[in-house]
Design a protein around this ligand. Structure first.
Ligand code: ADP
Ligand code: MG
Length: 223
């Protein structure tokens, strides 16, 4: 069973009453346990594709099968649950809430989660993750007080709080030095080895070396 199957996906935005295609017929398959790397020039549609995969954006045309269910036929409510339960997101510059505490940042995806964890349960989940990523003791610190390395760990904890099967990473190392890049990549590989599927956009050729599949995108198409 394919975890993900995109069949002829297109996405357009209206521009002066004309359709401007940003994704122009992408078909691909992702298996459970894949480490997918997506590369391509800026503006080629990589982020849009990740957003479609992560159910943040709907495709305009074509079919998206998630675990063999066509996404379009899933109710909006269930889709929102899938978005939170199945996917963890890691983006460039982390997109953390600077004024919030580490704890509040990590539990952000939980607020929209079905199985509302009891507070105690949640706290212990956060504790376990923070310990695993070496930021225990930072729970109440505001994110703006943290180093780049610590932020990136907070972002990882946040991506993992709902125990997602699939991690979507959009240029997660784009603004990091080589040491922090290595840490992020090692962590993604570790998560992949532990059974999670990783789909990562990157410009870094080196990082593509360990991918199970690599897709190069140009002008909204796989080349
Ligand atoms: N909401 C939107 N409305 C109109 N155009 C958009 C929107 N989002 C993205 N685009 C356009 O789609 C193209 C691809 O963007 P994006 O997926 O972010 O590319 P990449 O991540 O490869 O740099 C760009 O030309 C961008 O301007
Ligand atoms: Mg992008």
């Amino acid at each position: 069973m394919n975890l993900i199957h995109l069949a002829g996906i297109k996405k357009f935005y209206m521009n002066n009453n004309r359709k401007a295609y940003v994704i122009n017929g992408i078909s691909l398959k992702v298996d459970k346990g894949d480490f997918i790397v997506i590369m391509g020039p800026s503006g080629s549609g990589k982020t849009t594709l990740l957003n479609i995969l992560g159910l943040l954006t709907e495709a305009s045309e074509g079919a998206y099968f998630l675990e063999e269910k066509e996404v379009e036929t899933i109710s909006a409510k269930r889709r929102a649950l899938y978005r939170n339960e199945k996917f963890g997101y890691l983006v460039q510059d982390f997109a953390l809430m600077e004024e919030y505490s580490v704890y509040d940042n990590i539990i952000l995806p939980v607020k929209y989660f079905r199985k509302r964890d009891s507070r105690k349960n949640l706290k212990s989940k956060v504790d376990i993750l923070m310990k695993e990523y070496g930021i225990e003791g930072k729970l109440k610190d505001k994110v703006k007080e943290l180093s780049v390395g610590q932020r990136q760990r907070v972002a990882l904890c946040r991506a993992l709080i709902n125990d997602p099967e699939i991690i979507l990473a959009d240029e997660p190392t784009g603004s990091l030095d080589s040491k922090n890049t290595e840490i992020v990549i090692n962590n993604l590989h570790k998560l992949n080895k532990a059974g999670r599927t990783v789909i990562m956009v990157t410009h870094n050729q080196e990082l593509a070396k360990h991918a199970t599949k690599t897709f190069i995108i140009k002008d909204g198409r796989i080349v």
